[in-house]
Write a protein of this length. Structure first.
Length: 552
């Protein structure tokens, strides 16, 4: 999902030039806003990284999720033979060469300058020499857990907060090239690389595009491969000084198929297999257990928890609750699938799995990837209208806010991917194999979602009996965390052009949320009007309809 360099540069330039300056986002208690765009940050130029960080800060982003691709850093990625690493251990960052880390060094240093946190999602594809099938070119088949653990250890050591950068470079300045993007105070190049204190292990292991095989015959295989990867990565992060940091497992895609040999696996089936239990939460026994690498007897089951500590001690579980073709409130009818409307399925399953092994933990949920694709440019069945994308990402934030187990919300992509030009425009893969979920088009035009992300609003429920109450959710993301933010809640009756101020509200949380309760007597639309310094800004509006009878 790479973008052409020239068009990507133009798009980021246009966004940064129009970005609204804002104080930096800082870590504090509450639900975080996580943003991901590897095209701009991992694969972009120095100037693109700088401009993107400035734009994300103006949007009020708390943390960026960065894919640390094993294949981007490892030596000899296309060789079937393991490299010598210069006589060093593969757990030593110096064994990879300073240049191999440059793309990640510049991200963490830029993030620190702009006051944005970093989540490193350490993931495949693997180098060929570390896979179980040396003829497979993509590095996805049976990655070697021990080698992955060594790589994760190297990542942890380099970004421990005490590792000296071998070749520090001055920060690129976005000013002039990208317009008035927010600029940090000038500072000397860091001698020591900033610490990264949040990690997740492998991306979407229930998808064949990230881990193979998903199954051997009718028996699930990827959960058991993933268990080994998690064990190794957990040990590597403990050994590199990150034992007290936020380490997430999971990073699961929301949906799957019954055709396990060729398609993705549903997240709840993946979870049950990961914890070695069947659909009724009974531990696998005998041959079924042995074939999965699970304990086959009572003694082994008693040791399962201590042998796989990450499954029980990880500070959180990461999930991607996409619901691309429907509203966030639409519940998926397939019980083993988990979109944002059915997060309760995920938390209940995790709790039952913990109890099965004698743990009472209620693992927090981190939503680390989410978004809606738009039409234009994507004319396929998953392309939403621009106005609907804006409304849906706000509605999803409101759903997440109401769930006490959820620690973050997420947006995937700032700028749309280009189409897949390797196939003709008439081929569904022309748009279908890339993501157009950005807040900005490839040409640099901001969609309505750019503004709705900065200042969410959502009234719920959408249909209500006359005289009943609704909650109107709002947030001013760009405001400094912890400051008291005031807004006016306004209402416009259906058929009217006049906005009427109902009340003035103040944020009561570190993330600048407001959520007043309002009694509704007529259909209409709600919005918030905020003060941003000397500017008066209004959110998009959120509709409520008064009905005689609610649908069952």
């Amino acid at each position: 999902m790479r973008l052409a360099k020239r068009s990507l540069l133009a798009a980021v330039a246009a966004v940064a030039a129009l970005a609204v300056p804002a104080p930096s986002a800082s870590a504090s208690p509450g639900q975080e806003s996580i943003f991901q765009d590897d095209n701009l940050l991992v694969s972009g130029s120095d100037q693109q990284v700088e401009a993107t960080m400035g734009t994300l800060r103006s949007l009020g982003v708390d943390r960026v999720r960065i894919s640390v691709f094993w294949r981007f850093v490892a030596p000899g990625i296309n060789s079937a033979s393991r490299p010598s690493f210069g006589g060093r251990s593969a757990a030593d960052p110096a064994a990879y060469g300073a240049a191999a880390w440059n793309r990640y060094d510049r991200i963490v240093t830029a993030a620190r300058r702009y006051g944005v946190g970093v989540l490193f999602s350490v993931t495949g594809p693997a180098p060929k020499w570390a896979t179980g099938d040396k003829s497979e070119e993509r590095g996805l088949v049976d990655p070697d857990a021990r080698e992955f653990g060594s790589f994760v250890t190297a990542v942890g050591r380099r970004y421990s907060g005490s590792y000296a950068d071998e070749q520090p470079q001055p920060a690129s300045r976005a000013s002039g090239l990208f317009g008035p993007s927010p600029q940090p105070a000038p500072s000397a190049p860091p001698r020591v690389l900033p610490r990264v204190s949040m990690f997740s292990i492998w991306n979407e292991p229930n998808q064949p595009g990230w881990l193979r095989p998903q199954a051997v015959g009718r028996r699930p295989a990827s959960p058991h491969t993933y268990r080994g990867l998690v064990d190794a990565a957990w040990s590597g992060l403990q050994a590199s000084g990150h034992g007290g940091d936020n380490i997430l497992i999971g990073e699961l895609a929301p949906r799957g198929t019954r055709r396990l040999t060729s398609g993705p696996m549903t997240p709840l089936l993946f979870l049950r297999e990961l914890y070695c239990v069947d659909r009724r939460m009974r531990p696998f026994r005998g041959g079924a257990a042995s074939a999965r690498g699970c304990p086959a007897d009572a003694a082994g089951r008693a040791r399962f928890r201590s042998r796989h500590p990450a499954l029980f001690e990880a500070p959180g579980f990461a999930h991607h609750p996409y619901a691309l073709e429907v509203a966030p409130s639409s519940v998926d009818v397939i019980r083993d699938q988990v979109t944002i409307a059915s997060l309760g399925r995920l938390t209940r399953t995790l709790d039952r799995l913990q109890r099965r092994y004698g743990s009472r933990r209620r693992m927090p949920i981190w939503l680390t990837e989410y978004g809606y694709q738009t039409n234009p440019p994507d004319p396929t069945i998953v392309g939403q209208r621009w106005s609907r994308q804006a409304a849906y990402i706000n509605e999803a934030d409101h759903i997440a806010y109401r769930n006490k187990r959820v620690r973050s919300v997420a947006q995937f992509l700032l700028v749309d991917d280009q189409p897949n030009r390797d196939v003709p425009r008439s081929n569904i893969r022309y748009w279908g194999s890339t993501f157009q979920s950005g807040l900005v088009t490839i040409g640099g035009r901001r969609k309505p979602s750019f503004f709705s992300y900065q200042r969410p609003v959502d009234a719920s429920p959408k249909r209500v009996r006359r005289g009943r109450t609704v909650r109107v959710f709002g947030q001013l993301r760009p405001a400094a965390n912890g400051s008291l933010v005031r807004a006016s809640l306004q209402f416009r009756r259906a058929g009217s052009r006049r906005w009427r101020t109902l009340r003035r509200v103040s944020s009561r949380s570190a993330r600048n949320y407001v959520r007043p309760r309002v009694r509704v007597r007529s259909s209409g639309r709600f919005r918030f009007v905020w003060r941003e310094g000397s500017r008066r800004v209004a959110t998009r509006s959120s509709a409520v309809r008064v009905v005689q009878r609610l649908r069952r």
